[in-house]
Write a new protein. Sequence first.
Length: 478
Amino acid sequence: MDSLPEDAGGGPVAVLSRFRRDFHACLSARADELCELADAVLCADGPVQSLAGLSLVAEHRRGHGALYGAVSHGRIDVGRLRRSLAGLPLPRAADGRLILAVDVSNWLRPGAATSPGRLFCHVYGRAKGQAQMIPGWPYSVVAALESGRTSWTAVLDAVRLGPDDDEAAVTAAQVRDLITRLIEAGHWHDGDPPVLVVFDAGYDITRLSFLLADLPVDVLGRLRSDRVMQLPAPPREPGTVGRPRKHGGELALADPATWPAPQITTSTATSRYGTAVAAAWDRVHPRLTHRAAWLDHDGDLPVIEGTLIRLRVDHLPGDRDPTPVWLWSSATGAAPAEVDRLWQAFLRRFDLEHTFRLFKQVLGWTAPKIRNPEAADRWTWLIITCHTQLRLARPLADDLRLPWERPAPPGRLTPARVRRGFRNIHATMPRLAGAPKPGKPGPGRPPGSKNRRPAPRYHVGKTTRRKRTLKARRERTG
């Protein structure tokens, strides 16, 4: 193994070298090939188009057969790799708070009839109202966000969703495990502000708040504009008998006549959206019933209170008449400055979309035609590792811009520009993979013989249907 580069203390070179050694230690089978495959993804010229094309990169010293064998039969200690990712330096907001974003990105496989575990994935079209349902593998991804407008995120975890998974339960368990690892790594201590976890529309945000209530986290998410929420119950008058009220009046997001005067109203001038006006109501909660996810809840249903925020801006890029956005946070009693920090943190959530675009269009996350979902998980973690190395190499990269590109200020290189110069950084790193051993390809199937073991074909699965009401459960049980 080559000698380590000299770097005083815990500088960028030392942190990157340490993570590369930790990653190699997480590979328990086909380690050398998987390590060289990651280097090939990082050092390839241009976007990754196919797996076989990576075998032609100079940093990849083995053949394409070894490449496919590593993706199909290699092994990665995912638990150890997760702990290694949690132990790295993480970006924080301007106030020192950790902000995590959770979203689902789909690996579309519409023609892979022999691939099990596919679901119908919701895919947006180019025009409004042109959404489609396409078969594929959905992955729930969690990343730490930076402050300010940037295309950088720190991806920390990924979980593939299956037909039998309850999305809210799986997401809550994923966030719980990650928060535990971050606390063990020293990223949160007693007295620090709670970690803010941001979700987009499509998540049951109030249920996630209930499932994560025992953790030092605040949950923030977007609500559908047709939701009906409940105001806090009025104070009970002396001498009143009977059961106390749990809810006040209704607050229909689509009906301004039901909106009481907001407790907080802020106005902020922005360079991208014009004037942003936020109105907030405290202790707003949904009315829960014994249906769907709350069907098997024992005892009285909880009252999950939070802060409701209505955000209205003058304009969006390409849209001169945007509709207001409704947000709900599990934090109560928020001050005006905290309300502004909440909706600004939600806007930072869209930085994760830049990461998904880089994964798919540059690093080639969805380029391979992989049949086995376990191999897809292996390749997904390999791409996450590559992206992490780009993030750690960010202060080491030179701006190798093309003639028509503008110069980037120091520290403002995009992930694609850092990857463009990663080959120069890779030359200074220790070579972790051993030298390839000579070999020859196997005999394969004799020419002219038929395939006697065709691959089984699988139907596209739907999310397992669950009992939705007490009446439906009684009918099914007799």
